[in-house]
Design a protein around this ligand. Structure first.
Ligand SMILES: C[S@@+](CC[C@H](N)C(=O)[O-])C[C@H]1O[C@@H](n2cnc3c(N)ncnc32)[C@H](O)[C@@H]1O
Length: 244
C-alpha cells in the first residue's frame, strides 16, 4: 500500500472536513418543538393519567372535592379571568372538567370552550360531561404533550389549573401557546405554591416554583401582567400573562 505524504494527508483532511461541514449545512434545522430540541423534563409526570386502567370516575370525585382549592374557588377564579361573551377559551389539561360549567356560562352561546387533555379517557369523559349538561359551546380536544392541536391565533384565553407542572416539554408548549393565542390574549396559570411551608407532597411533586414559571413563560415571548389575588386560593396562585 502506498503511503500518503504529509501534503496529501492535509488535502484529504480538508476534503473530509468540507464534506462534513457541507453535510451539516444541508441537514434540516432541528424543529424547536421536536423531542430532540427539548427532552421531556419529567417523563413520568403524566403516567397516572395515561395509564389505561385509570379510574376516571374516582379521579372526578377527587378533583371535584370541596377541600380542593382549584375546585372550591372555581367561580372566583372564573371572575378573576374577566371572560367575556363570545370569547374562545382553552382549558388545557381540563381533566374531569371542573371549570367547564363556569367557563361555558361566561363565554355564552356565541363563545367556545376547548376542553383539552392528553388522555383519551378524560377527553371522552369531558365529552359526556358536556353533553349531559347541555354545554353546547364546549368542544373536547385530544391534545399532545407539546401541542393542543388548535390552529394559530384561535383563542383569547388559555387557562391551566394545576397543569403547568405537568407540562413535560414546557418550552415547546409555551411556544405553541404563544401561537395559539390571538395578539392581546391572556395566558392564565393557576398552580401550586412551593414555598417552604407548602405540604411536602407538593414540594416533591411540583417541578416549578412561581419564579421558574414566570421565567419560562416570558422566555416564550409572553409579558408577565400580574399575580391576581383570588379569595379562597392559598395553596395556589393565579398568574396572568399577556400575548403581545
Ligand atoms: C392535576 S390534573 C388537573 C386537571 C384539571 N385541570 C383540574 O384542575 O381539575 C393535570 C391534567 O393535565 C393533563 N395534561 C398534562 N399535560 C398536558 C398537556 N401537555 N396538554 C394537555 N393536558 C395535559 C393530564 O392528563 C391531567 O388531566
Amino acid at each position: 500500500m502506498r503511503r500518503l505524504d504529509s501534503s496529501r494527508l492535509a488535502l484529504l483532511a480538508v476534503l473530509l472536513c468540507a464534506q462534513a461541514c457541507n453535510a451539516q449545512e444541508t441537514q434540516p434545522p432541528v424543529d424547536a418543538r421536536s423531542e430532540r430540541a427539548e427532552p421531556r423534563v419529567r417523563p413520568d409526570v403524566n403516567a397516572a393519567y395515561l395509564d389505561p386502567s385509570l379510574d376516571v370516575e374516582r379521579l372526578a370525585r377527587g378533583f371535584a372535592s370541596e377541600g380542593r382549592e382549584a375546585f372550591a374557588a372555581r367561580d372566583a377564579v372564573t371572575r378573576a379571568l374577566t371572560i367575556e361573551p363570545g370569547m374562545a377559551v382553552a382549558d388545557i389539561g381540563a381533566g374531569t372538567g371542573i371549570y367547564l360549567e363556569p367557563f361555558a356560562d361566561a363565554v355564552g352561546p356565541d363563545g367556545t370552550v376547548y376542553a383539552i387533555d392528553i388522555a383519551q379517557p378524560l377527553v371522552d369523559y369531558l365529552d359526556a360531561y358536556a353533553r349531559e349538561r347541555g354545554l353546547d359551546n364546549v368542544e373536547p380536544v385530544l391534545g399532545e404533550t407539546a401541542t393542543t392541536t388548535l390552529p394559530d391565533a384561535s383563542v383569547d384565553l388559555v387557562f391551566t389549573s394545576d397543569v403547568y407542572h405537568h407540562f413535560e416539554r414546557p418550552r415547546a408548549m409555551n411556544a405553541h401557546l404563544f401561537d395559539v393565542l390571538r395578539p392581546g390574549g391572556t395566558y392564565a396559570i393557576l398552580d401550586f405554591r412551593t414555598d417552604e411551608d407548602a405540604p411536602r407532597w407538593i414540594r416533591d411533586h411540583v417541578r416549578t416554583d412561581m419564579a421558574t414559571v414566570i421565567a419560562e413563560v416570558t422566555a416564550a415571548g409572553f409579558v408577565f401582567a400580574r399575580e391576581v389575588p383570588v379569595r379562597g386560593l392559598q395553596e395556589n396562585y393565579l398568574l396572568l400573562f399577556e400575548r403581545p
